[in-house]
Structure formats: structure tokens, C-alpha cells
Ligand binder design. Structure first.
Ligand code: FE
Length: 299
């Protein structure tokens, strides 16, 4: 990948501005809700159930980050999922995954685990450290009705296998979708998810084209960003308006620089029925999932 020309062009930020002519404004800022899940893991639920319709096809985003082992040591022992995909992105720390489909993997800093629960898996996600920092995100991506009962699937993406783009004081790790001509580690046909982890130096700018119909949000986890007229502080999610005629998002890092994830995707516009770790289209399908789990048919 040749980024040298791009970097030079983007050094003053003008090329970045040109890449998106009509940037989306921020529709709303959201502060995550502190909660705990699994065996007492403290986390912040950023995308909560009441935002599932607005941010379709995304169902959940949890941010976790702690230096205290007591906050994460319990991990997530065996539990089931059906009907969607989980995408875990580690910034710090090590987590081991095992599932009933026979997959096992160790998540290390900078790695991503992409798991398609499909018709069902039972898995555990357990810390493989007794001290030190554990930080990262788990995103739930919905599956279209036609794929909810597909076979489970799993991929561990090593840190070095996540393509990066660098230019103008920005490093973009392209986990899914495309950015600046770089194809991400994962592509998904139905929802075309975009998942970027951006590291911006103070004052750096970044522009990302986005189809106006795709739902999109930015979660800042270090420093501060300016999106249009809206300052987005650390630990805030900015929901981007689906403004008619808009063609993307433009970001400017604050004085301290910023780190943020940018997530977007094409909405499925299908009914969403969720009961805990099962996300289907109807209540009947939820009852079936619970029954299948109790009868041992998910393992
Ligand atoms: Fe899980």
C-alpha cells in the first residue's frame, strides 16, 4: 500500500476536507451506562437496547477498561448466543476464547475476534492475566433474518493482520470495511460494516465517506474530537445524523489528540427481538432459542 503521496496531500488537511463535501452533523451525544456482565466484569454499555433501532444493524457496544483485576478477573464463563455476530477488539490485556464449535483463541492487544453465533454457540471469554490493564470493546452486529440460523463461524485476527493507513497525523486501523483505499480485515455483504480505530495527533483531521442511509456513530476513548460544531469528549458516543445529501463524517482532533472508533453499517430494517444473548426477529424464535439452549441443542 502506498500512503506516501496521500500523506503529503493530506498534511494540511485540505485533501481530507475534499474527501467529504457534506459531512454529517452530530445528532446526539450519548454517555454510556456503567454496568456489569458475565461473572462481575465491570463495563460501560455505550450502545444500549433502546438504541438498537436507531443504530441498526448494531445491537450493542460495550467498552471495558480497568487496571484493577477485580473489575475483570471473573471474565465471561460459558454462555450462549444466537442470531448475530460478536466483534471483540482488545486494546490492552489478554483474553482466551473457547466455544462449543471447537474454536479456541487468545486475544492479545490490538487483536480482533469476529464470531458468528449463527444458530448458536456456547462460549467463554476469560482473562488470561491476573493483573495489569484490560481494555477493549465488544460490538454486536446483527445478522439478516436469512442468516440467523447459519453455522457458527469464528476468526481470530492478529494485530499485524489488521490493515492500517497513515497520513496527516492519523493512523487508521481498518478492522472492517474500507478507508482511504485500504480494505479492512473483514467485509460483510449484507450490512457492509465499517469499523475503524483512529489515532489522531493534536489538530489532525480525518474524513470518511459514508452512504447517507448507513447508520453511524463515533465513540471517543481518549482525548477529544470536534465533529462539525460538536465537541465530543472522551467516553462519549456521537450518533451521526443521516442527513439527506450528506456524504460522510469529518473529524478534527482536539489539543490532546484523540483516539476513537468509527462504526457504520447498512440497516437491516427487520424486526428485532432480543432476550439476553439471543437476538432474533420474533418472540416465537426467542422462545425456540431458549428451549434449544435448555435442551442442549446449542452446544
Ligand atoms: Fe459472549
Amino acid at each position: 500500500m502506498d500512503t506516501s503521496v496521500t500523506s503529503t496531500r493530506r498534511a494540511d488537511g485540505t485533501a481530507a476536507a475534499l474527501a467529504v463535501a457534506a459531512p454529517r452533523p452530530v445528532e446526539r451525544l450519548v454517555q454510556g451506562q456503567p454496568t456489569s456482565d458475565g461473572a462481575g466484569v465491570k463495563l460501560t454499555r455505550v450502545l444500549t437496547q433502546n438504541l438498537q433501532r436507531r443504530l441498526d444493524p448494531f445491537l450493542m457496544l460495550d467498552a471495558f477498561g480497568s487496571d484493577a483485576a477485580a473489575d475483570y478477573i471473573g471474565g465471561f464463563p460459558d454462555h450462549p448466543h444466537r442470531g448475530f455476530e460478536t466483534v471483540t477488539y482488545m486494546l490492552e490485556g489478554r483474553m482466551r476464547h473457547k466455544d462449543s464449535a471447537g474454536n479456541e483463541g487468545l486475544l492479545t492487544p490490538g487483536a480482533v475476534q469476529w464470531m458468528t453465533a449463527g444458530r448458536g454457540v456456547i462460549h467463554s471469554e476469560m482473562p488470561e492475566q491476573e493483573e495489569g490493564r484490560m481494555e477493549g470493546f465488544q460490538l454486536w452486529l446483527n445478522l439478516p433474518a436469512k442468516h440467523k440460523m447459519r453455522q457458527p463461524w469464528y476468526r481470530d485476527i492478529r494485530p499485524e493482520d489488521i490493515p492500517e493507513w497513515r497520513g496527516g497525523g492519523v493512523t487508521a486501523r481498518v478492522i472492517a470495511g474500507h478507508a482511504q483505499g485500504v480494505a479492512g480485515a473483514m467485509q460483510r455483504e449484507d450490512t457492509e460494516p465499517l469499523y475503524l480505530d483512529l489515532h489522531l495527533e493534536p489538530g489532525a483531521t480525518f474524513a470518511q465517506p459514508l452512504p447517507a442511509a448507513h447508520n453511524a456513530f463515533v465513540y471517543v476513548y481518549r482525548g477529544e474530537l470536534l465533529i462539525g460544531q460538536t465537541a465530543v469528549r472522551s467516553q462519549r458516543m456521537a450518533i451521526l445524523a443521516n442527513a439527506d445529501g450528506s456524504d460522510g463524517v469529518a473529524l478534527v482532533a482536539g489539543e490532546q489528540g484523540a483516539r476513537a472508533i468509527v462504526i457504520a453499517g447498512r440497516p437491516l430494517n427487520e424486526p428485532i427481538a432480543q432476550y439476553g444473548p439471543f437476538v432474533m426477529n420474533t418472540n416465537q424464535e426467542i422462545f425456540q432459542a431458549v428451549e434449544d439452549f435448555r435442551a442442549g441443542r446449542l452446544a
